[in-house]
Design a protein around this ligand. Structure first.
Ligand code: GLN
Length: 487
């Protein structure tokens, strides 16, 4: 069994055909993990015993001829900011180093209901703040295509384990690009759904008005399949949308894109964009034309301003969300303290990393009286403008196309001393979260040095179906899906 290149769909099919058992799937996957994980460091926790137990249950279902779930026997890795009942969920922070949630996030519950097998929790930037996974308090994850380089972030672990053939699919979270950018860096597919399409219950909050959980896969179809399972209304998340907005993406994915209107903003190809990335995106544009799409250049002037609005709004929300970590209710507590103030101060000083502290300070400042109007309010106004600009484009076009990242995967340590340089890596992804719309990143080429390049397909609210259809068509044309690096 070549578990490292098997897709989720192939696993499910093989299981139904009785070509192999779920136990064999899990056993060979853990063999692969033992071989490759020491090089990648993508996982924070592995759940081999629980996974084998779940596999056994599925094998029993198969032998008794019982109906199987949509993800039957398919291993899945979960980002470590998504709560898993009885399994450590740390947010890659010293603050939650020993936190074991007593409940499952809604997405995890849904995965289990469809017979998926949770195999482990993946590394990330602490509290999902970062673009390289270097802000993890525990370890650096390496890019499977070049072990000296970062896997992107903040869901770097989830992208790297799929890229390295250590899990067919995984879940990440995306507040400003944290699914799409690591997907681009690791040569896999990653989708950030429309805000509200997937429940955030059990996702440890960073920026609540921006956060969305979404899937990674080796192929567009696996990504669509996972989205079908995790989407939908949830009484436990009042921002989740009605069931009527959900769709059966796989049923339309092969319908092609004849006549689909694609917009390419000229602003996205200005200076700052790596030349090899630019060339590769332009090649894909030609492919789209050949597939029958109508591609036109447009202007989306607000692009650059989005970055400052995002860092104000996300940090403001983070400063409020992270106030709950006080050493009293959850996780880490300082050892010596004389009073309550000192307990809280010392706990937070000792357990939060540098980037998290930076965001809390930035956010608190932006929200403080006297500065609220100058920063937070202005950022919200800009956010409104960004939404309007996107809405205007989607009146005429189905998809907006862009690079996912302006740069190729960079070296570990290359940008970690310069936060602003790191923030600039998000230039193409953050506006999508501010607007609440869906976007997908997929491989569209490789640099001369063998590093993956990602293309981003952006759609209007609840237009995941169009994005996935366009992505699948391009994937068939490019034939770059499911490439495995030499490890
Ligand atoms: N890189 C962005 C940040 O640091 C996005 C993070 C995310 O999407 N979680 O905030």
């Amino acid at each position: 069994m070549n578990i490292e290149t098997m897709t989720a769909q192939e696993i499910r099919y093989g299981l139904m055909e009785k070509n192999f058992t779920a136990t064999e799937v899990v056993t060979s996957l853990f063999e692969r993990i033992r071989e490759v994980e020491p090089k990648i460091d993508g996982y924070l926790t592995l759940c081999e015993d629980e996974a084998l137990l779940q596999a056994k249950k599925i094998d029993e279902k198969v032998s008794q001829g019982k109906p199987l779930g949509k993800l039957a026997g398919i291993p899945i890795a979960i980002k470590d900011n998504i709560c898993t009942d009885g399994i450590k969920t740390t947010c890659a922070s010293k603050m939650l180093h020993d936190f074991i949630p007593p409940y499952d996030a809604t997405v995890v519950k849904k995965l289990k209901e469809e017979d998926a097998i949770i195999i482990g929790k993946t590394n990330m930037d602490e509290f999902a703040m970062g673009s390289s996974t270097e802000n993890s308090s525990f370890k650096n994850t390496k890019n499977p295509w070049d072990l000296d380089r970062v896997p992107g972030g903040s869901s770097g672990g989830s992208a790297a384990v799929v890229g390295a053939g250590m899990s067919p699919i995984s879940l990440g979270s995306d507040t400003g690009g944290s699914i799409r950018q690591p997907a681009a860096f690791c040569g896999v597919v990653g989708l950030k759904p429309t805000y509200g399409l997937v429940s955030r219950f059990g996702l440890i909050a960073f920026g609540s008005s921006l956060d969305q959980i979404g899937p990674f896969g080796k192929t567009v179809k696996d990504t669509a399949l996972t989205l079908e399972v995790i989407q939908g209304e949830d009484k436990l998340d009042s921002t989740s949308v009605k069931q009527a907005f959900t769709k059966d993406y796989l049923s339309t994915i092969e319908q092609g894109i004849k006549g689909m209107k694609i917009a390419v903003p000229t602003e996205f190809f200005k200076s700052g964009l790596d030349e090899e990335i630019s060339t590769s995106i332009k090649d894909s544009i030609e492919k789209f034309k050949a597939l029958g799409a109508i591609v036109e250049e447009i202007s989306l002037p607000i692009t650059e301003e989005g970055l400052s609005a995002y860092y104000i709004i996300s940090s403001a929300e983070a400063s409020s969300n992270l106030a709950r970590f006080d050493g009293i209710r959850y996780g880490y507590r300082t050892e010596d303290f004389v009073n309550l103030d000192e307990l809280i101060e010392k706990t937070r000083s000792e357990a939060f990393g540098e980037e998290v502290k930076r965001r809390i300070m930035l956010g608190t400042y932006a929200l403080s009286s006297g500065y609220y109007d100058a920063y937070y309010n202005r950022a919200q106004k800009l956010r409104k403008k960004i939404k309007e600009e996107f809405n205007a484009v989607f009146e005429k076009y189905d998809i907006i196309l862009s690079p996912t990242s302006p740069v190729l995967p960079f070296k570990i340590g290359e940008k970690s001393d310069d936060p602003v340089e790191m923030y600039l890596a998000d230039i193409y992804t953050i506006n999508i979260n501010l607007a609440g719309i869906p976007a997908l990143s997929m491989p569209c080429g490789f640099s001369k040095s063998g590093l993956p390049i990602g293309i981003q397909l952006i759609g209007s609210h609840y237009c995941e179906e169009k994005i996935l259809r366009a992505a699948y068509s391009l994937e068939q044309e490019l034939k770059l899906a499911n490439k495995l690096p030499k490890l």
